[in-house]
Write a protein that binds this ligand. Structure first.
Ligand SMILES: Nc1ncnc2c1ncn2[C@@H]1O[C@H](COP(=O)(O)OP(=O)(O)OP(=O)(O)O)[C@@H](O)[C@H]1O
Ligand SMILES: [Mg+2]
Length: 376
């Protein structure tokens, strides 16, 4: 979506800059008692709000698309750690994360969840001008028949709860009543647009979740969001009906696949089993991902035949910096010349497309454990 919405928002922003700029100039020229002054101030306020709105639009359109997937909330939180610390400024505010180590999977767009956490963290920071403590907590919760959790009412079921708690100034019931309304803000003009929480609300709703707030003046604030637990993608009962449940892991896998549908599916299947997945659409992206990722990469899971750079070539390049990298190929062309020409080294593990997700995750586990049957 690099085209229309992003481009329009950009042009719109430029126009708003002009409107705000001239309004400011006029305001400066007007004598203090001029009857036009309050009117011009209203124009400026509206332009400021519009600028905030386009900011949000831009933030949305910068994400190529909103792609709900099975995600690991903990991974998202951990991934944002550095950014959050910079955002809140660590000299005054302490950041704590308290994560449920067995957190269930949920279905959402990771970028949107980041946006939720960021908006809540910025609000928390603003509520603690003289410092305090910001805690981000994740928990699995099961709601029985009762259904009431603080200020929110939930249907019975299993949820992933994200809580963002601050020790800040808190808020009155009056403020709480308007919190999620677009443009509701208690911040001075130019400071807040009042779009943070309405954006959060929209995203939470979109992922089937519920948001509530606990707060009292002077007592800090806790936002709690409940996301429904995702049902695992239908277990593929393949290979004589055995479901392999041992196929889980927490390792990091670099997935290289040029077909978006296959890429999405494999990514989801692996994440669901607990793996961290780095995604690349082709060789160059794979090498970049390899260079950028600071932690270990345990497995390269790659397509074999791709334009520009083949799977074996990618493996060879990556192995220079990461000699311990394990490799597993997926391909629909077992007869492709690349195999006979020795591009694929003997002793590498190969999964033939089409494969079931059960077969994939089982094979991945075997390769990581070094127990896979080698073939070629
Ligand atoms: N953690 C918090 N503690 C105290 N008050 C809060 C907190 N979070 C939100 N609020 C109140 O809710 C209002 C609305 O928040 P929201 O994020 O929607 O807008 P904003 O922060 O004012 O502006 P924006 O996020 O668009 O820059 C805030 O102005 C503030 O009064
Ligand atoms: Mg805000």
């Amino acid at each position: 979506m690099d085209g229309l919405p992003g481009g329009v928002a950009h042009d719109f922003n430029n126009l708003l800059t002009v409107i705000r700029g001239y309004t400011e100039l006029i305001i400066q020229r007007l004598a203090p008692g001029d009857p036009s002054l309050p009117d011009m101030q209203e124009v400026k306020k509206a332009a400021d709000r519009a600028a905030g709105l386009t900011g949000q639009l831009l933030a949305f359109s910068r994400r190529q698309f909103v792609a709900p997937k099975i995600v690991d909330l903990n991974a998202i939180v951990l991934n944002m750690d550095g950014m959050l610390r910079r955002l809140i400024g660590e000299d005054l505010i302490e950041l704590y994360t308290d994560l449920d180590q067995q957190i269930w999977p949920m279905r959402a767009d990771a970028g949107q969840i980041e946006q939720v956490i960021m908006n809540l963290a910025v609000n928390a920071r603003d509520a603690m001008p003289t410092g305090g403590r910001l805690t981000i907590e994740t928990r699995n919760v099961t709601i029985g028949e009762e259904g009431r959790q603080g200020t929110v009412i939930l249907e019975a079921g299993a949820y992933i709860r994200l809580a963002v708690r601050d020790s800040g100034q808190g808020m009155s019931e009056e403020v709480q009543g308007h919190l999620f309304e677009p443009f509701f803000t208690t911040k001075e003009t130019g400071k807040g647009t009042g779009l943070g929480l309405s954006t959060v609300y929209g995203i939470v709703k979109h992922s089937g979740g519920v948001i509530g707030v606990d707060s009292q003046p002077g007592q800090g604030t806790t936002f709690k969001i409940f996301f429904p637990k995702a049902e695992p993608v239908e277990q593929t009962v393949a290979d004589g009906g055995t479901i392999i449940d041992q196929a889980r892991g927490r390792e990091t896998i670099l997935l290289v696949e040029d077909d978006p549908a296959v890429r999405g599916l494999v990514d989801e299947a692996l994440r669901l089993k607990g793996y961290e997945v780095l995604i690349a659409r082709h060789g160059i992206e794979a090498l970049l991902a390899g260079a950028k990722h600071l932690g270990p990469i345990h497995l390269l899971l790659t397509d074999v035949v791709m334009p520009q750079m083949s799977g074996p070539e990618i493996a060879e390049q990556l192995a220079i910096a990461r000699p311990a990298l394990k490799v597993m190929y997926m391909s629909g062309y077992p007869d492709h010349p690349i195999f006979s020409k020795g591009g694929v080294k003997a002793g590498t593990v190969f999964l033939q497309k089409p494969f079931t997700m059960g077969a994939l995750t089982q094979k991945v586990r075997e390769v990581l454990d070094g127990s896979a049957m080698r073939q070629t």
